[in-house]
Design a protein around this ligand. Structure first.
Ligand code: 8YV
Length: 315
C-alpha cells in the first residue's frame, strides 16, 4: 500500500523524524528553497500536515493542498493554524494537550524565581569576580508569600497555581468565568484589576483574536515598577511594543518571556534590556515531554489513517 503523503512544516527530534519517515511519505516544507514551487509540485498529494505549535499552517498552505484531510499539531496551541480555512474545507485538526502542562508551568515558575532572586545577575557576579572584588550581591526580592496573578486559568494556568500554592503565595486569577476547581483562589474578571493586585503576573492564556494584546499598556502599568510579568503562552497576548517601552522606562519591574513576536528573530531591543529574562520558546522542551508530544502527534495521524477516532481533536 502507498504511504500517505504528509507535509512537514518544521523539524522534529530524530526519534519522531525516524518514525514519521517509516510510516509516511514525508515532504519537508521547511527545507524547501522555493516554498510555492514546492507546494505546486506536491500539494495535490498531501493528505495531512504535521506542524508545530508556533508554525501552524496558513490559509495559503491549506489551499495549496486540495486533498488535505488532517493537520496534526505538535503543541497545545493551535492559534497559528487557520481554523476558518480548515472548517470551510472539513479539514480535521489535532493538538497535544496535557502532556506538556507540567513543563510549561515549571518554566514559568522558574522564571519567576530566577527574576525575583536575581539569579542570572548573581551567577555573573560570581563568575566575573565581582563577588571577590566588590562584595555582596545587591539584595533581591522575596518570592514566598507574595501576590500572584494568573491570567487564564486553563490547564497550564491551573498547574502554575498549584506550584505557587507551595510558595504560600496569595493567588488570584482572571478567566472568562470562575473556575470550580479554584475555589480557594480569588476570581478577578478584569485583567487591569488583576495586575493591580499582583506582584507577579503569569500569562497562560490560549491565544486567539479575542486575547490579542489583552496585556496592554494599562495592564502593564497596573503591574507597575515593582511588578514582574511572566509569559509562557503566546507573544500575541501581550502588546510587545508597550512592554518594551515600559521595561525601558522602568514602568514595569521585570519580565520573563518564553515567546516573542517574529521568533526566533526577536526585537533586538530586548537584548540590551537588563530587566528581562529571555528564553528561546523552550517551556515544553524536555526530552520526556517532547517524546510524549511526538507520540501524541503521531497517534493522531495513525488514528486518522486507520479510520479510528482522533485521540485529541481540536476540530
Ligand atoms: C511548541 C508550544 O509547540 O505547545 C505549544 O503550543 O508553543 C510549544 O510546545 C513547541 O515548541 C514545539 O514546536
Amino acid at each position: 500500500m502507498m504511504k500517505p503523503t504528509i507535509l512537514q512544516m518544521g523539524a522534529y527530534p530524530e526519534w519522531d523524524e525516524k518514525a514519521l519517515n517509516e510510516a509516511y511519505d514525508i515532504r519537508s516544507y521547511y527545507e524547501a528553497a522555493d516554498k510555492s514551487v514546492f507546494l505546486s509540485d506536491c500539494g495535490n498529494q498531501v493528505r495531512a500536515i504535521a506542524t508545530r505549535g508556533e508554525l501552524g499552517a496558513s490559509r495559503e498552505v491549506i489551499e495549496a493542498c486540495p486533498n488535505l484531510e488532517l493537520i496534526s499539531v505538535y503543541g497545545v496551541g493551535y492559534d497559528a493554524v487557520d481554523l476558518e480555512a480548515c472548517r470551510a474545507r472539513g479539514v480535521r485538526v489535532t493538538n497535544t494537550p496535557d502532556v506538556l502542562t507540567g513543563d510549561v508551568a515549571d518554566l514559568g515558575v522558574a522564571m519567576m524565581l530566577a527574576i525575583c532572586r536575581g539569579m542570572i545577575g548573581a551567577e555573573a557576579w560570581v563568575r566575573n569576580g565581582d563577588w571577590a572584588r566588590a562584595g555582596n550581591y545587591p539584595l533581591q526580592r522575596r518570592v514566598w508569600g507574595r501576590r500572584a496573578g494568573i491570567l487564564g486559568l486553563g490547564r497550564i494556568g491551573h498547574e502554575v497555581g498549584q506550584r505557587l500554592r507551595g510558595f504560600g503565595m496569595e493567588i488570584a486569577y482572571s478567566d472568562i468565568a470562575e473556575k470550580p476547581y479554584a475555589s480557594d483562589w480569588t476570581f478577578v474578571p478584569d485583567a487591569v484589576e488583576l495586575a493591580g493586585r499582583s506582584d507577579i503576573l503569569f500569562v497562560a492564556l490560549a491565544a486567539s483574536a479575542a486575547t490579542r494584546h489583552i496585556v496592554n499598556r494599562e495592564v502593564i502599568e497596573a503591574l507597575g515598577p515593582e511588578g514582574v510579568l511572566i509569559n509562557v503562552s503566546r507573544a500575541s497576548n501581550i502588546d510587545e511594543q508597550a512592554l518594551i517601552a515600559a521595561l525601558q522606562a522602568q514602568r514595569l519591574g521585570a519580565a520573563g518571556l518564553d515567546v516573542f513576536e517574529n521568533e526566533p528573530t526577536i526585537d533586538p531591543r530586548f537584548l540590551s534590556l537588563p530587566n528581562v529574562l529571555l528564553q528561546p520558546h523552550q517551556a515544553s522542551g524536555t526530552i520526556e515531554t517532547r517524546r510524549a508530544m511526538g507520540e501524541l502527534m503521531r497517534a493522531n495521524l495513525a488514528a486518522h489513517f486507520a479510520g479510528e477516532s482522533l485521540p485529541t481533536p481540536v476540530l
